[in-house]
Design a protein around this ligand. Structure first.
Ligand code: NDP
Length: 283
């Protein structure tokens, strides 16, 4: 049996962040304003609070300006849209992130569409998603961008491979499927109505799992030698686990991402990268 190797998101993300920090240092030394990221958090969702905290910390560490807007649960749609409009006009803000999910009474689609596409750091605006599908330059959503960065870093061959993506969300499944397609993989997207899922996953040379179901993908669903990317973050009493049964699947895979320490850190690093790219486009 060949040993399964780790796609070490923690290490790769840390290198990316160091590289960004060096660039920001040079920007500051030249007397320019640094890149600025505005993060909007509405309400008290515990997971969202953790993510926002991590993003703010990461921004500060690389030398970005971080503008955190914490709004109460009862914020109205109008108030949120007014804040977005203000951030759209603020020259110190190069990227705007509205942490999802929003409280139920708010209309997420309308809020995302209110963000100027040039400041849509998450790449969720239909303009950016549309450009992604068309293969045009755009802001790529952070998690799919991080997955592609990780695969490229480790020299994983994509062209001509069978790539299977489990999950079809607009923030992970669909964009990562299109990015794999752009790299000339043959891509299959699976979802909750897919019949005989395991027959499809067993054919995957590259398997990306974003279903939000703990330990959903087991050893028998994976082809020998497959590259397995686990996007899932599930909070169990025992701690954080992915969508892949890591201990079982690693017996068959050639490469695998751990949870934590795989895709998660890459997402934050790519948020910084997107902010920097948006800043550079304003120069
Ligand atoms: P969503 O809940 O939006 O999407 C889940 C997808 O999985 C849906 O398309 C759903 O199908 C599909 N699915 C659900 N059950 C099955 C099943 N039994 N068989 C096949 N497909 C199934 O989730 P997200 O895409 O937002 O996130 C997925 C996971 O990734 C979550 O655990 C989330 O926490 C994590 N995540 C991690 C990030 C990171 O940085 N590491 C970033 C973003 C998300 P259908 O469309 O038919 O309902």
């Amino acid at each position: 049996m060949t040993e399964c190797k780790i796609l070490d998101g923690k290490k790769v993300a840390s290198e990316a962040r160091e590289r960004i920090a060096v660039i920001v240092k040079e920007i500051k030394e030249s007397g320019k304003v640094p890149p600025g990221l505005a993060v909007v958090l509405v309400g008290d969702n515990p997971a969202s609070k953790v993510y926002v905290g991590q993003k703010e910390k990461a921004c500060k560490e690389v030398g970005f300006e971080s503008f955190l807007h914490r709004l109460p649960e009862e914020t109205t749609q109008q108030e949120l849209l007014e804040l977005v409009a203000k951030l759209n006009e603020d020259p110190k803000v190069h990227g705007i992130l509205v942490q999802l999910p929003l409280p139920k009474h708010l209309n997420e689609t309308e809020v995302i569409e209110a963000i100027r596409p040039e400041k849509d750091v998450d790449g969720f605006h239909p303009m950016n998603l549309g450009k992604l599908v068309a293969g045009l330059p755009c802001t790529v959503p952070c998690t799919p961008k991080g997955i592609m960065y990780l695969l490229e870093y480790y020299g994983i061959e994509i062209e001509g491979k069978n790539a299977v993506v489990v999950g079809r969300s607009n923030i992970v499944g669909k964009p990562v499927a299109h990015l794999l397609l752009q790299k000339n993989a043959t891509v299959t997207i699976c979802h909750s109505r897919t019949k005989n899922l395991e027959a499809i996953t067993q054919e995957a040379d590259i398997l990306v799992v974003a279903a939000g179901k703990p330990h959903f993908i087991t050893q028998h669903m994976v082809k020998k030698g497959a590259v397995v990317v686990d996007v899932g973050i599930n909070r169990l009493e025992s701690g954080l686990v992915g969508d892949v049964d890591f201990d079982g699947v690693r017996m068959k895979a050639s490469w695998i991402t751990p949870v934590p320490g795989g895709v998660g850190p890459m997402t934050i690093a790519m948020l910084l990268q997107n902010t920097l790219e948006m800043y550079e486009r304003t120069l």
